[in-house]
Design a protein around this ligand. Sequence first.
Ligand SMILES: Nc1nc2c(ncn2[C@@H]2O[C@H](COP(=O)(O)OP(=O)(O)OP(=O)(O)O)[C@@H](O)[C@H]2O)c(=O)[nH]1
Ligand SMILES: [Mg+2]
Length: 227
Amino acid sequence: MENYKVLEIKQSVFKNNDDRARELRERMKKEKTFLLNLMSSPGSGKTTTLVSTIAALKDEMRIGVLEADIDSDVDARTVSDAGARAVQLHTNGMCHLTAEMARQGLEGLETEDLDFVVIENIGNLICPAEFDTGAVKNAMILSVPEGDDKPLKYPIMFSKVDVVLINKIDAIDFFDFDMKAVKERIEKLNPGIRVIPISAKNGDGMDQWCDWIRSAASEWKKGEENG
Ligand SMILES: Nc1nc2c(ncn2[C@@H]2O[C@H](COP(=O)(O)OP(=O)(O)OP(=O)(O)O)[C@@H](O)[C@H]2O)c(=O)[nH]1
Ligand SMILES: [Mg+2]
């Protein structure tokens, strides 16, 4: 017999996180606050997309944003100026957000009177995909300059989300980006998933994105009322 133990830490971390995430979803259900987790690589346009989204929806929903970053408060300031209630969470080097970190951030945000809250997760396509934050739906952004091969390289992220935004389509002529190929690659990993090409800069596709938010939020609310 071996005289040492092997501890599967990652599994227990996931189990514990899943329990916390479930509790958080229950809490948000009571508050009737639709929680969306938004993920992407650094610079693919999360904050810019949020600014356009807030502008389009702020007259019909009370919106909050939980900004998770390793440092700085530039994004919280930007979304706050755009008209959302914002909290900046510093993760002190952690490359993903856990459900417990989300809970602490949402407590600071005081979500009771909010209809729609977005978590801008830390920029990367690996770690955030593995941790349930407690959100009802998960969205990701792939931007045109990152390339159409990303579903091949980061399959977990593309498999786990409920919607994919392809951002910066205003710049598509400058990049070797095959929209048909990327859609096929995403469909293979996540059959039936909605893919919405947008430009957060010039507003293209924002209507479809906002419609997706409206219907995801209202379906969730209806489901919770009936269940
Ligand atoms: N051309 C173009 N540029 C965009 C678009 N969306 C965002 N950008 C630019 O891309 C850069 C990064 O955008 P951000 O919104 O800060 O990206 P982010 O994902 O929030 O970045 P991090 O928070 O650092 O991970 C900025 O210079 C934006 O102006 C777009 O649709 N088209
Ligand atoms: Mg940002």
